[in-house]
Design a protein around this ligand. Structure first.
Ligand code: C5P
Length: 226
């Protein structure tokens, strides 16, 4: 795409991975580094966009030129993403969102006991991406939120069929399907992916820097906003 093709556009990117508190010192989390989301934020800034980066537990410096909102839990990520999305042209959900959280958060540290430990009961988290799609389907023109909604997914088999089904289920426009396994994706600077487009198209992004995948995503977003 042309270098400043996102000038005047507001975009929201979520990055990293959410943590769900068990007690004041412990949490359930995941291994997302935030590198792909940060690459998306950097490239969007470079292309002229006004970027809000919602970062969940990322140990990286703020990208220059982006507004960074730091969050920890899925509830916080949801609130920040929905708020920033209200006036955005596009939202890219690159964050690894915890599907479940402990049903109760203990107010004080769970003590070691002699007997068997208490099981940790889990409850479902809201699906933020699906909520954005649902909101867009239902709301009036003035409140529809982002024009372009992008999700990420890790699929190991039947990438095209499973990916297209997920894209439809979540009501998004693009779904970036990461190839997982053999040291790919998590914490590495490189990535390989297939970007699925609503309606059936698929764009292959060969193994390379996460910036390359980010630029392909913004190419597809810019085309849809034009
Ligand atoms: O369903 P699955 O977890 O594979 O979907 C991944 C996509 O959905 C990612 O874009 C992720 O950010 C988003 N997601 C979400 N809320 C959840 C779970 C996933 O927004 N609770």
């Amino acid at each position: 795409g042309s270098p400043r093709d996102l000038a005047g556009r507001k975009v929201v990117v979520s990055a990293g991975g959410t943590r769900e508190a068990i007690d004041p010192v412990r949490y359930i989390g995941n291994r997302s580094s935030g590198l792909q989301g940060y690459a998306l934020a950097r490239t969007a800034v470079a292309r002229g966009a006004e970027v809000t980066l919602v970062a969940a537990n990322v140990a990286l410096p703020d990208p220059a030129g982006a507004k960074v909102v730091r969050v920890e839990s899925t509830a916080e990520l949801r609130e920040a993403v929905l708020e920033a999305s209200a006036y955005a042209d596009a939202v890219v959900m690159a964050a690894a969102v915890a599907d479940f959280r402990p049903a109760t958060r203990h107010d004080s540290k769970i003590k070691k006991t002699d007997g068997e430990p208490e099981p940790i009961r889990l409850t479902k988290n809201p699906d933020i991406l699906a909520e954005l799609g649902e909101r867009r389907r239902r709301a009036s023109a003035a409140e529809r939120g982002p024009e372009v909604i992008v999700g990420f997914a890790a699929e190991t088999d039947d990438v095209l069929a499973n990916g297209q089904a997920k894209l439809a289920r979540k009501g998004c426009d693009l779904l970036v399907v990461n190839q997982v396994g053999e040291g790919l994706a998590f914490g590495t600077p490189d990535n390989a992916a297939t970007v699925l487009v609503a309606g059936g198209d698929a764009v292959e992004v060969p193994f390379g820097p996460k910036e390359d995948l980010a630029d392909t995503v913004w190419d597809l977003v810019a085309t849809r906003l034009a």
